[in-house]
Design a protein around this ligand. Structure first.
Ligand code: C5P
Length: 403
């Protein structure tokens, strides 16, 4: 869970389209981020999914009607909810509500509420492609964007009406991703952040390789967090099974040699470089050109040392750059981490104990920061996304101090 939506009041405005059922999933995902979500529905939306579904999941009565509502504060609920809202999400947003919002029309509970909102409004249009591309809808969307609403572009693909094109409701997880970005202060704006992540693969022959258990989750979390905070991010990644963060420059590599080239290449433009990748320390000396046959009883592989990419980066580092390494250890964390900090000319190293189910592949991480000036900071076990944000906070203060 990220902090940006924790305890925030979010109002989910559901208008009538076939995608209403996906708004149920969106509600759940917003709650997973710690948001307190209230729901308002139009009459048309209730034709698709009953308010009871949203009521049961949000734990609050769904606001549907300005007048025929017996609850005490019904007549002013649209104002109260608008005042309380930290964020409003209109999803799915029909052509009708987009038109009404653009022109200040308030003729039901939902549109009246929207007029009273002062917080940010996110709109997720979902409709038939021809409707979405119509001049009227595009004109109205322009008006709303000029008014400060955030538009989440609909997806392109097969539509319920049998056609294919723009107008699909985006994946709820992508909507939440964009919302988290919107809600994150842009304190890394204008800075270039370089991150390496994942394992490397060292080929034995054309079909086999040596690698390690790195999942890439920690590095990807740092890249995602930096992008959300406004940085321009380059992510040099070994082979992993996770989705890359949106809007980062992804450079895919396999071997340590390839990672070295990509990382050092990008280093020149970087203000901040974080080397999370678990680089294989050794590679096979004489890679077989063809698949090795199982004819011998014993097979001996000769290994040679890979370049230490971080050490090379440390040698190249300018005084205006901050360079951070990771040290995954199975024992003597402090001693080993501090040694690497010095040997590789780093500003900071993040130590974590791995093995025994810790570190690799998990969503949580328990880390300790070791700084060049001797300071040590141990964090409790937490989500890798949270570790990423705290790490970026510390890096930012080093970078601002010009270290
Ligand atoms: O020396 P060790 O591998 O434990 O150091 C870990 C740090 O060094 C990590 O930040 C890792 O990305 C980096 N490293 C590297 N090139 C290597 C080995 C490690 O950049 N060949």
């Amino acid at each position: 869970m990220m902090e940006q939506l924790k305890n925030k009041n979010v109002v989910l405005c559901v208008t009538g389209g076939i995608a209403v059922y996906k708004a149920v999933e969106l509600l759940r995902l917003l709650q997973k981020q710690g948001a307190k979500v209230r729901v308002i529905m139009t009459r048309a939306a209730m034709e698709f999914v009953t308010p009871l579904t949203f009521q049961a999941l949000s734990g609050e009565p769904v606001f549907t009607d300005l007048f025929n509502d017996n609850t005490v504060d019904a007549s002013i609920r649209h104002i109260r909810w608008a005042e309380d809202a930290d964020l409003v999400v209109v999803a799915p947003a029909t052509a009708n509500i987009i038109g009404k919002m653009a022109h200040g029309i308030a003729d039901d509970a939902l549109s009246t509420f929207l007029l009273a909102v002062r917080s940010r409004i996110v709109i997720c249009p979902a409709m038939n492609t021809a409707m979405y591309e119509s001049r009227a809808v595009q004109r109205n969307i322009d008006i709303l964007e000029n008014d400060g609403c955030l538009l989440i572009e609909p997806g392109v693909g097969d539509m319920a009406c049998g056609t294919s094109g723009a107008g699909r409701f985006p994946a709820p997880a992508d909507i939440v991703d964009r919302i988290l970005t919107l809600m994150t202060p842009k304190d890394l704006k204008g800075r270039c952040v370089l991150v390496s992540a994942g394992p490397t693969r060292e080929a034995i022959d054309p079909v086999r390789f040596i690698s390690n258990h790195s999942s890439g989750k920690m590095g990807y979390a740092i890249a995602r967090a930096a992008e959300r905070r406004g940085a321009m991010v380059t992510l040099v990644s070994g082979p992993v099974d996770i989705e890359p963060p949106l809007h980062v420059k992804l450079v895919k590599v396999q071997s340590a040699d390839q990672m070295k080239e990509a990382f050092l290449d990008a280093m020149g433009d970087a203000d901040i470089a974080v080397k999370v990748a678990a680089v294989a320390d050794y590679r096979v000396k004489n890679q077989a050109e063809h698949k090795i046959k199982k004819t011998e009883e014993q097979l001996v592989l000769e290994l040679e040392k890979n370049p230490d990419i971080l050490k090379c980066a440390g040698q190249k580092k300018r005084s205006d750059q901050v360079l951070v390494g990771f040290a995954a250890e199975t024992q003597d964390l402090k001693e080993n981490a501090v040694k690497k900090l010095e040997a590789k000319n780093l500003d900071m190293i993040v130590g974590n104990l791995v093995g025994g189910g810790k570190g690799f592949g998990t969503d949580d991480n328990t880390v300790t920061f070791f700084f060049k000036d001797g300071r040590v900071e141990s964090l409790e076990s937490m989500d890798k996304d949270q570790v990423a944000h705290i790490l970026l906070d510390r890096i930012l203060s080093l970078h601002s101090k010009g270290q």
